[in-house]
Design a protein around this ligand. Structure first.
Ligand code: ATP
Ligand code: MG
Length: 330
């Protein structure tokens, strides 16, 4: 079996809306690939084309241009679909059904035999903390419980790849933690995750790679550690100035690249570039200041995301006017 689980090449999706069939370009140019065992976060602000891309990946809508390969096959290929677990953006269930009924129905669609359906349903509902509610109608279930049912359903076919569209949205902190833990567990079982999110710091621990979209285009992509700029590493230090007082503060701030962050009484918090840490520590020792804290601060995914998203917008033109300009139109 192929090791490339998912591959998008120059994916484009244009919707036609309204009576005048006005064009809305939801996805302009998205290429990415995900290999067996890898996990990828699919990020982007509202309306950047995440859900549309995911629907193309699952064969729910057809791309206008470009290609999608799922396990090297067309996304609507039954065998390709059999290896995928999908959680839509807002999973919808009939509220008179019970979790067991929903699972049974889904298992039927996957072609699972009765015994497999029953055993997997029992095990998954239990594992997702829905065992006690397995036979209660969904009416009155919280958003978190419904999300967990959506996840249970996505795992019924024991997929190698799970594709989750905003799995954390609308959950309270406990619900989020549960879903995050579960996704971490899936990952440790060797499953590949491909999931969209706005909550960047949460997903850092879950993915090896990220693809960041803005206005339907990839604005940053790659392995997480490579994307987070190591060169921008900065270290924050907190000193108790002690007997050194004002002179110690001056000595610490005289270190090359040193910037004051906060000064409260006899305490000074400052930041220096990574390669100035030795000089800072020596200056502190010499001046009689006591080091209380030393924290490396790296460029976070959040900062990267904002920087990339803002960069596109800062050009001051919408993509449509750029496209028009490229075609020589006003
Ligand atoms: N069926 C549709 N018909 C017309 N326009 C659509 C349709 N689906 C999506 N769009 C438009 O395409 C763009 C991308 O939408 P999409 O839902 O893919 O974004 P998203 O990144 O998932 O956003 P969010 O973070 O809010 O979920 C938006 O401008 C949206 O209005
Ligand atoms: Mg979406």
């Amino acid at each position: 079996m192929t090791t490339v689980f998912l591959e998008l090449r120059n994916l484009q999706k244009v919707f036609r809306v309204g009576l005048l069939a006005r064009k809305v370009t939801a996805v302009r140019d998205v290429s990415l690939s995900l290999r067996r065992g890898e996990s990828m976060g699919f990020l982007g602000p509202n309306g950047s084309g995440k859900t549309t891309s995911i629907k193309c990946i699952l064969g729910l809508i057809r791309p206008t241009a470009g290609s999608v390969k799922l396990f090297g096959r067309d996304p609507w290929d039954i065998e390709a679909r059999a290896g995928v677990g999908y959680l839509p953006e807002s999973p919808y269930f009939y509220d008179w059904l019970t979790p067991r009924e929903v699972m049974n129905y889904a298992g039927d669609l996957f072609g699972l035999d009765r015994t497999t359906r029953r055993t997997r349903t029992g095990a998954l509902l239990e594992r997702l903390g829905l065992g006690h509610a397995a036979d209660r109608p969904l009416r009155g279930f919280s958003k978190g419980m419904l999300q967990r049912l959506g996840i249970a359903q996505s795992l019924l076919n024991d997929p190698e790849l799970v594709i989750y569209d905003e799995p954390l949205s609308g959950l309270d902190p406990i619900g989020r933690k549960e879903v995050l833990d579960l996704m971490a567990e899936l990952r440790s079982q060797g499953k590949s995750l491909f999931f969209s999110s706005h909550v960047l710091t949460d997903i850092e621990t879950l993915c090896d790679a990220v693809t960041i979209l803005n206005q339907g285009k990839v604005v940053a992509a790659g392995r997480l550690d490579a994307l987070l700029d190591r060169g921008a590493l900065e270290v924050e230090a907190l000193f108790e100035l002690g007997a050194g007082g004002e002179a110690a503060a001056r000595a610490l701030l005289a270190v090359e690249g040193s910037v004051e962050r906060e000064r409260t009484g006899a305490r000074l918090r400052l930041a220096v570039p990574h390669d100035a840490v030795d000089a800072l520590l020596q200056a502190g020792l010499a001046a009689g200041a006591k080091l209380e804290q030393l924290l490396p601060r790296r460029d976070s995914l959040e900062e990267l995301f904002v920087r990339k998203a803002v960069r596109v917008e800062a050009r001051g033109e919408s993509q449509d006017s750029q496209d028009a300009a490229a075609k020589g139109q006003p």
